[in-house]
Design a protein. Structure first.
Length: 311
Protein backbone atom coordinates (compact mmCIF):
# COMPACT_ATOMS: atom_id res chain seq x y z
CA UNK A 1 0.00 0.00 0.00
CA UNK A 2 1.26 3.47 -0.82
CA UNK A 3 2.32 5.74 2.07
CA UNK A 4 1.41 8.89 0.12
CA UNK A 5 -0.70 11.32 2.13
CA UNK A 6 -4.19 12.23 0.95
CA UNK A 7 -4.98 15.75 -0.25
CA UNK A 8 -6.91 16.42 2.96
CA UNK A 9 -3.99 15.36 5.12
CA UNK A 10 -1.62 17.57 3.15
CA UNK A 11 -3.98 20.53 3.66
CA UNK A 12 -4.01 19.89 7.40
CA UNK A 13 -0.22 20.20 7.44
CA UNK A 14 -0.57 23.79 6.24
CA UNK A 15 -3.00 24.80 9.00
CA UNK A 16 -1.55 26.18 12.21
CA UNK A 17 -3.23 24.78 15.33
CA UNK A 18 -2.62 28.03 17.25
CA UNK A 19 -4.13 30.22 14.52
CA UNK A 20 -7.14 27.92 14.24
CA UNK A 21 -7.74 28.25 18.01
CA UNK A 22 -7.49 32.03 17.72
CA UNK A 23 -10.48 32.12 15.34
CA UNK A 24 -12.48 29.61 17.38
CA UNK A 25 -12.18 26.51 15.20
CA UNK A 26 -10.10 23.41 14.64
CA UNK A 27 -7.84 22.48 11.70
CA UNK A 28 -10.27 19.73 10.66
CA UNK A 29 -13.25 22.11 10.62
CA UNK A 30 -11.25 24.74 8.73
CA UNK A 31 -10.18 22.28 6.01
CA UNK A 32 -13.75 20.96 5.72
CA UNK A 33 -15.04 24.53 5.26
CA UNK A 34 -12.44 25.24 2.55
CA UNK A 35 -13.32 22.05 0.65
CA UNK A 36 -17.06 22.77 0.97
CA UNK A 37 -16.64 26.33 -0.34
CA UNK A 38 -14.43 25.15 -3.21
CA UNK A 39 -17.09 22.64 -4.30
CA UNK A 40 -19.90 25.21 -4.14
CA UNK A 41 -17.92 27.90 -5.98
CA UNK A 42 -16.39 25.82 -8.74
CA UNK A 43 -16.74 27.57 -12.13
CA UNK A 44 -19.23 26.56 -14.82
CA UNK A 45 -17.33 27.37 -18.01
CA UNK A 46 -18.92 28.01 -21.41
CA UNK A 47 -16.77 27.85 -24.56
CA UNK A 48 -17.20 29.94 -27.71
CA UNK A 49 -19.03 27.95 -30.42
CA UNK A 50 -16.73 29.18 -33.21
CA UNK A 51 -14.47 26.24 -34.16
CA UNK A 52 -10.90 26.75 -33.01
CA UNK A 53 -11.78 29.45 -30.45
CA UNK A 54 -10.77 28.45 -26.89
CA UNK A 55 -12.16 31.49 -25.04
CA UNK A 56 -14.40 30.69 -22.06
CA UNK A 57 -16.46 32.52 -19.48
CA UNK A 58 -17.84 31.50 -16.10
CA UNK A 59 -21.63 31.33 -16.30
CA UNK A 60 -22.12 31.13 -12.51
CA UNK A 61 -20.27 34.34 -11.64
CA UNK A 62 -21.77 36.07 -14.70
CA UNK A 63 -25.35 35.30 -13.62
CA UNK A 64 -24.60 36.25 -10.00
CA UNK A 65 -22.93 39.50 -11.05
CA UNK A 66 -19.73 38.56 -9.18
CA UNK A 67 -16.13 38.86 -10.42
CA UNK A 68 -15.01 35.64 -12.17
CA UNK A 69 -12.42 33.36 -10.50
CA UNK A 70 -10.00 34.37 -13.28
CA UNK A 71 -10.03 37.65 -15.25
CA UNK A 72 -10.03 35.77 -18.57
CA UNK A 73 -13.30 34.06 -17.56
CA UNK A 74 -15.26 37.33 -17.59
CA UNK A 75 -18.68 37.16 -19.29
CA UNK A 76 -18.63 40.80 -20.40
CA UNK A 77 -19.56 41.18 -24.07
CA UNK A 78 -20.53 37.53 -24.59
CA UNK A 79 -23.70 36.64 -26.53
CA UNK A 80 -25.98 33.59 -26.49
CA UNK A 81 -27.27 31.80 -29.56
CA UNK A 82 -30.79 30.42 -29.13
CA UNK A 83 -31.90 26.86 -29.72
CA UNK A 84 -33.87 27.81 -32.86
CA UNK A 85 -30.74 27.59 -35.00
CA UNK A 86 -28.71 24.50 -35.94
CA UNK A 87 -27.59 24.19 -32.30
CA UNK A 88 -30.29 22.17 -30.46
CA UNK A 89 -29.09 23.34 -27.03
CA UNK A 90 -28.00 26.83 -28.10
CA UNK A 91 -24.47 28.14 -27.83
CA UNK A 92 -22.25 30.98 -26.64
CA UNK A 93 -20.27 33.52 -28.66
CA UNK A 94 -17.23 35.44 -27.42
CA UNK A 95 -17.00 39.22 -28.06
CA UNK A 96 -14.35 38.73 -30.75
CA UNK A 97 -16.59 36.51 -32.89
CA UNK A 98 -19.98 38.10 -32.20
CA UNK A 99 -20.09 40.04 -35.50
CA UNK A 100 -18.82 37.04 -37.47
CA UNK A 101 -21.62 34.79 -36.19
CA UNK A 102 -24.18 37.57 -36.68
CA UNK A 103 -23.14 37.90 -40.34
CA UNK A 104 -23.42 34.12 -40.78
CA UNK A 105 -26.29 33.32 -38.43
CA UNK A 106 -27.49 29.79 -39.32
CA UNK A 107 -31.10 28.65 -39.42
CA UNK A 108 -32.06 25.01 -39.83
CA UNK A 109 -34.55 24.37 -42.65
CA UNK A 110 -36.52 21.17 -43.14
CA UNK A 111 -37.44 20.56 -46.77
CA UNK A 112 -40.73 18.95 -47.86
CA UNK A 113 -38.98 15.65 -48.71
CA UNK A 114 -37.63 15.22 -45.14
CA UNK A 115 -34.16 16.49 -46.04
CA UNK A 116 -32.33 19.29 -44.24
CA UNK A 117 -30.30 22.36 -45.18
CA UNK A 118 -29.06 25.65 -43.69
CA UNK A 119 -30.30 29.15 -44.41
CA UNK A 120 -27.22 31.26 -43.58
CA UNK A 121 -27.59 35.02 -43.10
CA UNK A 122 -25.00 35.60 -45.84
CA UNK A 123 -27.09 33.68 -48.39
CA UNK A 124 -25.05 30.47 -48.33
CA UNK A 125 -27.15 27.29 -48.47
CA UNK A 126 -25.50 23.85 -48.70
CA UNK A 127 -26.84 20.84 -50.56
CA UNK A 128 -29.74 19.15 -48.70
CA UNK A 129 -28.76 16.41 -46.25
CA UNK A 130 -30.66 13.33 -45.10
CA UNK A 131 -29.51 13.69 -41.46
CA UNK A 132 -29.78 17.06 -39.73
CA UNK A 133 -26.80 16.27 -37.50
CA UNK A 134 -24.47 17.12 -40.38
CA UNK A 135 -25.62 20.73 -40.52
CA UNK A 136 -23.43 22.00 -37.68
CA UNK A 137 -20.28 20.53 -39.24
CA UNK A 138 -21.17 22.03 -42.63
CA UNK A 139 -21.75 25.46 -41.09
CA UNK A 140 -18.50 25.31 -39.10
CA UNK A 141 -16.65 24.47 -42.31
CA UNK A 142 -18.35 27.42 -44.02
CA UNK A 143 -17.38 29.67 -41.10
CA UNK A 144 -13.72 28.56 -41.23
CA UNK A 145 -13.74 29.19 -44.98
CA UNK A 146 -15.05 32.72 -44.48
CA UNK A 147 -12.37 33.30 -41.82
CA UNK A 148 -9.71 32.25 -44.32
CA UNK A 149 -8.61 29.22 -42.29
CA UNK A 150 -9.85 26.73 -44.91
CA UNK A 151 -9.63 26.96 -48.71
CA UNK A 152 -12.84 27.54 -50.60
CA UNK A 153 -14.59 24.34 -51.65
CA UNK A 154 -14.66 23.41 -55.30
CA UNK A 155 -17.92 24.37 -57.03
CA UNK A 156 -20.60 21.69 -57.11
CA UNK A 157 -21.21 20.47 -60.68
CA UNK A 158 -24.28 22.31 -61.88
CA UNK A 159 -25.64 22.06 -65.44
CA UNK A 160 -26.92 25.62 -65.14
CA UNK A 161 -23.54 27.16 -64.19
CA UNK A 162 -20.97 27.45 -67.00
CA UNK A 163 -17.62 25.88 -66.23
CA UNK A 164 -18.89 23.42 -63.62
CA UNK A 165 -20.53 20.85 -65.89
CA UNK A 166 -18.70 17.49 -65.85
CA UNK A 167 -18.35 15.67 -69.19
CA UNK A 168 -20.47 12.55 -69.33
CA UNK A 169 -17.43 10.25 -69.61
CA UNK A 170 -15.93 11.72 -66.39
CA UNK A 171 -18.95 11.20 -64.17
CA UNK A 172 -18.55 8.93 -61.15
CA UNK A 173 -21.08 7.24 -58.91
CA UNK A 174 -20.71 10.05 -56.37
CA UNK A 175 -21.33 12.86 -58.87
CA UNK A 176 -24.31 11.02 -60.37
CA UNK A 177 -25.72 10.43 -56.89
CA UNK A 178 -25.54 14.17 -56.19
CA UNK A 179 -27.38 14.98 -59.43
CA UNK A 180 -30.05 12.36 -58.73
CA UNK A 181 -30.51 13.75 -55.20
CA UNK A 182 -31.01 17.24 -56.59
CA UNK A 183 -33.50 15.90 -59.10
CA UNK A 184 -35.34 14.16 -56.27
CA UNK A 185 -35.41 17.42 -54.28
CA UNK A 186 -36.79 19.34 -57.28
CA UNK A 187 -39.50 16.76 -57.99
CA UNK A 188 -40.68 16.70 -54.38
CA UNK A 189 -40.68 20.50 -54.09
CA UNK A 190 -42.52 21.17 -57.34
CA UNK A 191 -45.97 20.31 -56.01
CA UNK A 192 -45.39 22.17 -52.74
CA UNK A 193 -44.20 25.29 -54.56
CA UNK A 194 -47.18 25.13 -56.89
CA UNK A 195 -49.60 24.98 -53.95
CA UNK A 196 -47.69 27.74 -52.15
CA UNK A 197 -47.75 30.06 -55.18
CA UNK A 198 -51.50 29.47 -55.58
CA UNK A 199 -52.05 30.32 -51.89
CA UNK A 200 -49.98 33.51 -52.24
CA UNK A 201 -51.92 34.54 -55.34
CA UNK A 202 -55.29 34.04 -53.62
CA UNK A 203 -54.12 35.96 -50.57
CA UNK A 204 -52.82 38.77 -52.79
CA UNK A 205 -56.09 39.09 -54.72
CA UNK A 206 -58.03 39.21 -51.45
CA UNK A 207 -55.74 41.67 -49.69
CA UNK A 208 -55.16 44.21 -52.47
CA UNK A 209 -58.76 45.53 -52.75
CA UNK A 210 -58.96 45.86 -48.96
CA UNK A 211 -55.62 47.66 -48.80
CA UNK A 212 -56.59 50.07 -51.58
CA UNK A 213 -59.90 50.77 -49.84
CA UNK A 214 -58.11 51.48 -46.55
CA UNK A 215 -55.74 53.83 -48.40
CA UNK A 216 -58.68 55.79 -49.85
CA UNK A 217 -60.34 56.05 -46.43
CA UNK A 218 -57.19 57.14 -44.62
CA UNK A 219 -56.35 59.76 -47.24
CA UNK A 220 -59.91 61.13 -47.02
CA UNK A 221 -59.63 61.41 -43.23
CA UNK A 222 -56.23 63.06 -43.52
CA UNK A 223 -57.57 65.62 -46.00
CA UNK A 224 -60.61 66.34 -43.80
CA UNK A 225 -58.40 66.95 -40.75
CA UNK A 226 -55.84 69.14 -42.51
CA UNK A 227 -58.55 71.33 -44.13
CA UNK A 228 -60.55 71.72 -40.91
CA UNK A 229 -60.21 75.12 -39.24
CA UNK A 230 -60.07 73.75 -35.70
CA UNK A 231 -56.80 73.44 -33.79
CA UNK A 232 -56.21 69.67 -33.62
CA UNK A 233 -53.33 70.12 -31.17
CA UNK A 234 -55.38 71.89 -28.48
CA UNK A 235 -57.03 68.75 -27.09
CA UNK A 236 -55.24 65.57 -25.97
CA UNK A 237 -57.51 63.15 -27.86
CA UNK A 238 -57.47 65.33 -30.99
CA UNK A 239 -53.68 65.55 -30.79
CA UNK A 240 -53.36 61.75 -30.70
CA UNK A 241 -55.72 61.38 -33.69
CA UNK A 242 -53.76 64.02 -35.59
CA UNK A 243 -50.46 62.29 -34.80
CA UNK A 244 -51.74 58.91 -36.09
CA UNK A 245 -53.76 60.02 -39.15
CA UNK A 246 -51.70 63.01 -40.31
CA UNK A 247 -48.38 62.72 -38.51
CA UNK A 248 -46.86 65.11 -36.01
CA UNK A 249 -43.28 64.61 -37.26
CA UNK A 250 -41.86 65.50 -40.65
CA UNK A 251 -42.09 62.51 -43.02
CA UNK A 252 -40.01 63.89 -45.88
CA UNK A 253 -37.61 61.06 -46.88
CA UNK A 254 -35.76 63.01 -49.58
CA UNK A 255 -31.97 62.51 -49.07
CA UNK A 256 -31.31 66.23 -49.38
CA UNK A 257 -33.99 67.28 -46.86
CA UNK A 258 -32.75 68.79 -43.59
CA UNK A 259 -35.20 69.01 -40.68
CA UNK A 260 -35.80 72.48 -39.21
CA UNK A 261 -38.49 74.35 -37.30
CA UNK A 262 -39.49 76.61 -40.22
CA UNK A 263 -40.07 74.44 -43.29
CA UNK A 264 -41.17 71.24 -41.56
CA UNK A 265 -42.34 69.79 -38.26
CA UNK A 266 -38.94 68.31 -37.47
CA UNK A 267 -38.34 65.01 -35.68
CA UNK A 268 -39.66 65.99 -32.24
CA UNK A 269 -43.21 67.12 -33.07
CA UNK A 270 -44.83 64.07 -31.47
CA UNK A 271 -42.84 64.52 -28.27
CA UNK A 272 -43.72 68.22 -28.16
CA UNK A 273 -47.41 67.26 -28.26
CA UNK A 274 -46.84 64.65 -25.55
CA UNK A 275 -45.15 67.22 -23.28
CA UNK A 276 -47.91 69.76 -23.93
CA UNK A 277 -50.71 67.39 -22.89
CA UNK A 278 -48.83 65.20 -20.41
CA UNK A 279 -49.20 62.07 -22.53
CA UNK A 280 -47.31 59.12 -20.97
CA UNK A 281 -44.19 57.85 -22.73
CA UNK A 282 -45.70 54.43 -23.57
CA UNK A 283 -48.74 56.05 -25.23
CA UNK A 284 -46.48 58.41 -27.18
CA UNK A 285 -44.36 55.52 -28.47
CA UNK A 286 -47.52 53.59 -29.34
CA UNK A 287 -48.89 56.55 -31.30
CA UNK A 288 -45.63 56.76 -33.24
CA UNK A 289 -45.86 53.05 -34.08
CA UNK A 290 -49.48 53.41 -35.21
CA UNK A 291 -48.49 56.32 -37.45
CA UNK A 292 -45.69 54.23 -38.96
CA UNK A 293 -48.15 51.46 -39.88
CA UNK A 294 -50.67 53.90 -41.34
CA UNK A 295 -48.02 55.70 -43.43
CA UNK A 296 -46.51 52.44 -44.69
CA UNK A 297 -49.92 50.95 -45.54
CA UNK A 298 -50.63 54.02 -47.72
CA UNK A 299 -47.17 53.76 -49.26
CA UNK A 300 -47.60 50.04 -50.07
CA UNK A 301 -51.03 50.64 -51.61
CA UNK A 302 -49.59 53.50 -53.68
CA UNK A 303 -46.88 51.18 -55.04
CA UNK A 304 -49.54 48.62 -56.03
CA UNK A 305 -51.51 51.34 -57.83
CA UNK A 306 -48.40 52.56 -59.65
CA UNK A 307 -47.56 49.02 -60.77
CA UNK A 308 -51.12 48.51 -62.03
CA UNK A 309 -50.95 51.79 -63.95
CA UNK A 310 -47.59 50.88 -65.50
CA UNK A 311 -48.92 47.53 -66.70
Amino acid sequence: MSDQLSARERLLDFVSLAEARNIGTTPDELVDAVVHEAILNQPSLRTCLVPGCLRQYDAISCMAGDPPPRPEWSGEGWATLGSGTIFPAGGHICPGHKQLVTDHLPRRVKLPNDRWTIDCACGWMPAPQTWHGLLRALWEQHLLTEMGKLPAAAPVPDPDIPGTRIPLAEHTEATLTELYDRLWDAESEWQDLRDFSRTCFLAYTAAVPALLGVKTSLEALRTRITLDSRDWTADKADALLYAVLVGANCEDTDPGHVHNDIDCAGEQGLWHLANKHGIPTDQTIQAGQHRWWVANAIKAAKQIEDQGTAE
